[in-house]
Ligand binder design. Structure first.
Ligand code: SF4
Ligand code: SF4
Length: 143
């Protein structure tokens, strides 16, 4: 269990994510909506406001409901795995998975699978696997 300040800064993660959008892998990528990567609801200080607005809650309410518990007179929060894992916003329609907050999902979700693993290392993303196969084939055709 980790303790975070409310304004915990993950700007480096976000910067890396935005910087690599020109990465060719993104052009070739198609999400299969398998939901394998939605093992945990990521937190970042930018997206939390958008999520709160979308859900018509305030930020402490979002933290308490989906991330953990507020401590230290509201100055910090502690993560609780049982709220975040698996991600509470993952929706299933048979094998087809979707995100209930897709338009405001955290940066860690937007940046996965190429710009960050966001704690999802070891997950076999089928969309990423196909990209690597395509790139490998392309290389063998040109070499
Ligand atoms: S594991 Fe890959 S293909 Fe599956 S939902 Fe996540 S990003 Fe999409
Ligand atoms: S917020 Fe959406 S995309 Fe991100 S882990 Fe949860 S269900 Fe998956």
């Amino acid at each position: 269990m980790g303790r975070y300040t409310i304004n915990h800064d993950l700007r480096e993660l976000i910067r890396q994510g935005h910087g690599m959008r020109q990465d060719r892998r993104w052009d070739l990528f198609k999400c299969h909506q398998c939901g394998k990567c939605c093992v945990e609801l990521p937190y970042d200080p930018e997206s939390i406001f958008g999520i709160a607005k979308f859900l018509e809650l305030d930020v402490p309410q979002v933290i308490e409901k989906y991330y953990g518990r507020i401590v230290n007179d509201g100055k910090a929060w502690e993560s609780e795995d049982q709220k975040r894992k698996p991600c509470p916003f993952l929706r299933a329609d048979g094998a087809w998975k979707s995100c209930a907050i897709y338009s405001v999902r955290p940066e860690g979700c937007k940046s996965y699978p190429f710009d960050t693993d966001c704690g999802r290392a070891g997950i076999d993303c089928p969309g990423a696997r196909i990209v690597y196969v395509k790139l490998k084939r392309g290389r063998s055709l040109t070499s």
